[in-house]
Design a protein around this ligand. Structure first.
Ligand SMILES: [Zn+2]
Length: 210
């Protein structure tokens, strides 16, 4: 893949990482139906600080900080976002369930979060990747994504975005429903200890910072 813009956080070159189908993920919510489902979004990453972002996107660091800073909203002062340097992101790659769960347009790692704080004049006291319910859910969904035709099947069905009518096929929808319902209890037996190992190795699925 072609070389892209420099990393918005550390200035090193960005390299093409993965391509996502345009139809998946919250980024495309509101896109008109019938837009070309084959068009892909290329995600670049920085091999130095670990941040990832959509190819060619211009990023305003102050806006990115405002998107993740919850110190004024619900007042808990904590930042919580998916960890691109996590074990689950490494397992899932483009099937990682946390990939579109970030509040801004940057997919951050603990290192790149610290850089974003520095660059926007905010002090980050601690960065951890603890065990969390959200991280466990993402690990489970990431592993199920390896088994189903549709990415994030359970989440998309629950949100009402995926129905038999707009599935790849009725067979694929039915197969995913069976795999999700019957497979989830078994996959949990693997996903829970894996996420625990990730958290212990400081590679948990969610970054929590103050
Ligand atoms: Zn960088």
């Amino acid at each position: 893949m072609n070389e892209a813009n420099p990393c918005p956080l550390c200035g090193r070159p960005l390299y093409g990482w993965i391509a996502l189908p345009a139809a998946s993920g919250g980024v495309t919510v509101g896109m008109p139906l019938g837009s070309d489902p084959r068009s892909e979004r290329v995600i670049d990453r920085c091999e130095h600080c670990g941040v990832a972002l959509e190819h060619g996107r211009t990023v305003d660091l102050a806006t990115e900080w405002a998107a993740i800073d919850r110190s004024e909203g619900d007042g808990d002062g904590a930042i919580a976002l998916p960890n691109r340097a996590s074990l689950q992101a490494a397992i899932g790659v483009e099937g990682w369930a946390g990939i579109d769960r970030g509040p801004g347009s940057l997919l951050l790692t603990p290192r790149s979060l610290e850089l974003l704080g520095e660059r926007t004049g905010h002090e980050i006291a601690s960065v951890r990747t603890p065990l969390s319910i959200r991280a466990q859910a993402w690990m489970l969904q990431t592993m199920l994504n390896g088994l189903t035709f549709h990415p994030n099947f359970a989440r998309e069905v629950r949100a009402g975005r995926l129905r038999p009518a707009n599935a790849r096929s009725r067979f694929a929808f039915a197969a995913d429903a069976v795999v999700t319902v019957l497979g989830a209890p078994l996959v949990v037996l693997v996903s829970v200890p894996l996420e625990l190992i990730g958290a212990l190795a400081r590679r948990g699925g969610e970054i929590v910072a103050t």
